[in-house]
Design a protein around this ligand. Structure first.
Ligand code: HEM
Length: 197
């Protein structure tokens, strides 16, 4: 009998997604750092442009009615507008996104996988905003999209995870959630490559 991969053995979906994306996260973290996003405001603006493109991808999911039944405060969690304002603060053009992710009819499993990565990225943002402060940026100027969500990061994450773990999915939807979480990390990496090119 083949041994089950460790990430598949966690009881909770959030833990399985966490384990599954551990490696993509480490790679993305390294990629972000390789671009020295806090070296100066110009670099930071390119990082924000990637964040904007990612949030633009997800804009329709954050306003999706079916998903909002699962995560009731979902619309207020969106950050595309904050990223747009940050770009304006930083005098950086708003890049043109494409429809390849946002125009897709994601099934429930895939939608949850994408949003999982976006919501999880708010945890790392606690560290990133501290670095942005050295560039005289804050949650009210230039680094709004990294700001602490209302009610706190930990609470917001806990609530999201509870909702994510509470949904019943069939095996195919489960597989789609996992594939989408991986796809989301790849997509963010593509955005970084583009904005820092
Ligand atoms: C687009 C997606 C993501 C991006 C761009 C991203 C980026 C980053 C970066 C650059 C750091 C390092 C911060 C520092 O050391 O100064 C970080 C840390 C962190 N991220 Fe992410 N992240 C993403 C998704 C996620 C997800 C999905 C989770 C959780 C499920 C997560 C959880 C964390 C945590 C807990 C930290 C802090 C400590 C650690 O490195 O483990 N992130 N993230």
């Amino acid at each position: 009998m083949t041994a089950q991969a460790p990430e598949l053995s966690h009881a909770l979906r959030s833990q399985r997604l966490n384990a599954l994306t551990h490696e993509p996260h480490a790679r993305l973290d390294a990629l972000v750092k390789s671009h020295d996003p806090f070296g100066n405001r110009e670099n930071f603006a390119k990082f924000v442009a990637a964040q904007y493109l990612f949030q633009y991808d997800l804009e329709n999911l954050y306003t999706n009615a079916e998903l909002a039944e699962i995560v009731d405060d979902l619309p207020s969690r969106a950050r595309v507008e904050q990223a747009r304002l940050d770009l304006a603060d930083l005098n950086h053009a708003v890049p043109e996104g494409d429809e390849s992710v946002r125009g897709k009819q994601h099934g429930l499993g895939a939608a949850l996988g994408w949003v999982f990565v976006s919501e999880g990225s708010k945890l790392g943002a606690a560290f990133l905003i501290k670095r942005a402060e050295a560039l005289q940026l804050s949650d009210s100027f230039g680094a709004r999209h990294l700001g602490e969500p209302e009610g706190g990061r930990a609470q917001g994450w806990k609530k999201f995870v509870a909702a994510l773990d509470g949904v019943v999915l069939d095996a195919e939807q489960e597989r789609q959630a996992e594939a989408a979480a991986i796809a989301a990390f790849n997509r963010f990496a593509d955005h970084l490559e583009r904005t820092f090119a």
